[in-house]
Ligand binder design. Structure first.
Ligand code: LER
Ligand code: MN
Length: 273
């Protein structure tokens, strides 16, 4: 089992990122803990030294499975479904930067809340049409650079756009092409999916990345999710990519990350994965 945790390249409001702050020290700490990789949360990939960021992580002996884009929404208000076409176009420009970084890092680009929400004055249909158009453009750009995009089904309390696996699979089929898949996150699945295990099996080879967090969004073992059957279901699909710890940094970032890692390693040993 390849396990990563999330690190932000800059300060961020989003709380479920275990590591932010001193970038170099965090890389060192994460590698010492025994993680195999770092998922990077990047606000604006054009404003960082991409080669340096990638090489720092690789030379610490870790991989970069995914590049998160959520801060472009959370910090800068960019969105695939903003009524203003200039904002939608700035969102595409921003993702272009993430795609360049992902190509260097051999990572997938995550689209979470950057797709936006349906605003009260906009119809769901209108928002879906805008979202489709921007996703299509991003997928075409990414394909030309041999990069995969993984959108994340996100629970209904954060957005009304693409909440679950069934919705997600329909969307992938509509977009077409082979470089669009899903990032499944146990926290969101626990809210949206009738059965987490069945939905994982249905998603199958469209699972491009995976976030683990317990039912309370703390590290695995701190809540009541059955990770044994979840991980078993995931590996039954042939999944061989990373499982990434995206959980709250409580009670303290290092403790939470290590407790989650230890829990997942023990599970991997028991399941032989
Ligand atoms: C990000 O990966 C996530 O899971 C979302 O909750 C962001 O809003
Ligand atoms: Mn997530």
């Amino acid at each position: 089992m390849k396990i990563s945790t999330c690190l932000s390249t800059s300060p961020a409001k989003f709380e479920a990122v275990p590591f932010k702050g001193n970038f170099d020290k965090n890389i060192l700490d994460i590698s010492k803990m025994g993680f195999d990789g770092i998922e990077l949360a990047v606000r604006d990939a054009d404003s960082i030294n991409q080669d340096e960021v990638v090489s720092k992580i690789l030379s610490a002996g870790m991989q970069i499975p995914a590049i998160g884009t959520g801060q472009a929404w959370g910090e800068d208000g960019l969105s695939f479904t903003d009524p203003d076409p200039v904002i939608r176009s700035r969102a595409i420009d921003r993702v272009r930067g993430h795609i360049d970084l992902a190509r260097k890092a051999k990572a997938v680009v995550i689209i979470g809340l950057l797709r936006g929400i349906t605003r009260p004055d906009i119809s769901q249909q209108k928002a879906e049409t805008w979202m489709f158009g921007v996703f299509k453009e991003c997928c075409i750009e990414a394909e030309a650079k041999e990069v995969e995009i993984a959108f994340e089904p996100i629970n209904r309390y954060e957005t009304s756009l693409l909440n679950g696996v069934e919705d997600g699979l329909r969307f992938i089929e509509k977009i077409g092409g082979n470089n669009l898949g899903m990032l499944l996150d146990t926290f969101h699945m626990n809210i949206e999916e009738p059965s987490i295990e069945k939905s994982i099996k249905v998603a199958g080879d469209r699972i491009f990345h995976f976030h683990y967090a317990d039912s309370n969004r703390w590290y695995p073992g701190a809540g009541h999710l059955n990770f044994e059957s979840i991980v078993e279901a995931l590996y039954s699909t042939g999944y061989s990519r990373f499982l990434s710890g995206e959980h709250r940094p409580d009670p303290e970032p290092r403790f939470a990350a290590e407790a989650g890692l230890k829990y997942m390693r023990k599970l991997a040993a028991a399941l032989g994965v």
